[in-house]
Design a protein around this ligand. Sequence first.
Ligand SMILES: Cc1cc2nc3c(=O)[nH]c(=O)nc-3n(C[C@H](O)[C@H](O)[C@H](O)COP(=O)(O)OP(=O)(O)OC[C@H]3O[C@@H](n4cnc5c(N)ncnc54)[C@H](O)[C@@H]3O)c2cc1C
Length: 393
Amino acid sequence: MTAMIDSEEHKALRTAVASLGKRYGRDYLAAVTRENRHPTELWADAAKLGYLGVNLPEAYGGGGGGIAELSIVLEELGAAGCPLLMLIVSPAICGTVIARFGTDTQKQDWLPGIADGTRTMAFGITEPDAGSNSHRITTTARRDPDTGDWLLTGRKVFISGVDIADAVLVVGRTETVSDKEGRTGGLKPCLFIVPRDAEGFTRRRIDMDIESPEKQFELTLDDVRLPADALVGDEDAGLLQLFAGLNPERVMTAAFAIGIGRYALDTAVRYAKERTVWKEPIGAHQAVAHPLAQAHIDLELARLMMRKAAALYDAGDDVGAGEAANMAKYAAGEACVKAVDQAVHTLGGNGLTREFGLASLITVARVARIAPVSREMILNYVSHQTLGLPKSY
Ligand SMILES: Cc1cc2nc3c(=O)[nH]c(=O)nc-3n(C[C@H](O)[C@H](O)[C@H](O)COP(=O)(O)OP(=O)(O)OC[C@H]3O[C@@H](n4cnc5c(N)ncnc54)[C@H](O)[C@@H]3O)c2cc1C
């Protein structure tokens, strides 16, 4: 790995997380996945060491750091072969949104548990009929005029970790009186904490072809009754609050991708130094070495953009962080897909064996290209927002 422009604190965190990751590694995660269980031991150890809540406020049991620190945790676990996908969702999205916009009660209820790993929260925005176009989501919350409760109805798809989550932070829209009368289409995105056992809230596991302990679910919300205080933040602040969670998600997905890319590249480099079928190890052939060098450069460039995005976000620059987080997610997703592909190829037949554990990373790497926002939607964003090009849709 090329040296990073880390502070002493970040260096120490990176080294400490890497050593935890080494104790578990790819074999652990593969075994957990095979046994159809969850990485609870690693999750608990990471919690004990303060890594799960490193970004959350100290007053609520967190480490008082930011997304810069949490992304180091995920990257280093990934580089050791055991990334924890739920870090992206529980402390990064849900923890951040609640810490920034939640009421004192919501903070007390959730943040200490998210930080010490005893409670997990999933996040649901994607819908079957909206997909990449989240402006089209139709999950709708309406007020019961008698009790002030919310009634939430809609469907979500591909939601990670719902089986292990105590609640899901669901993105819906409020239905205003004028909407009901059909006068305006002005629905606003709103965030609701939906407990796992809420009546009318059901889930169905989606049969994903991805080797990962975290599973994806389709959710149905059928007039789910929630107390007034299930709403996180201001009913009218909409997009701003949502992006307070979505930007960390993008930075963390970049960390996920870079960690996996580093793991794959490392495996390939070690192999290429030893495997000898002619006179020299295969790594001496430039056709083998150069693509590995390119993969390393691409991962390092993506890492730099990820650090920039995290630094901007932690400094409170939500707008600057938005652009950088998109670019970092794009660069990291692409670098990861290419690094994994090249790593598999470098191992020849062994690249496709379970023993070397690289082939299954091909599908895992593709997740970073699609979620949480696809490669094409980021190119659209940069075309329109950064370059000011006209929109075709
Ligand atoms: C493993 C996994 C975990 C996930 N976890 C979660 C989660 O926890 N919570 C959650 O809310 N969501 C989650 N998702 C959903 C994920 O965010 C979506 O899959 C993603 O946003 C893409 O939406 P879609 O699958 O509906 O694809 P679609 O929107 O149907 O897009 C299909 C293809 O068309 C392309 N496309 C669409 N529109 C355009 C356009 N205007 N221009 C160019 N190309 C376009 C896309 O780039 C893509 O390649 C997860 C997905 C996966 C695979």
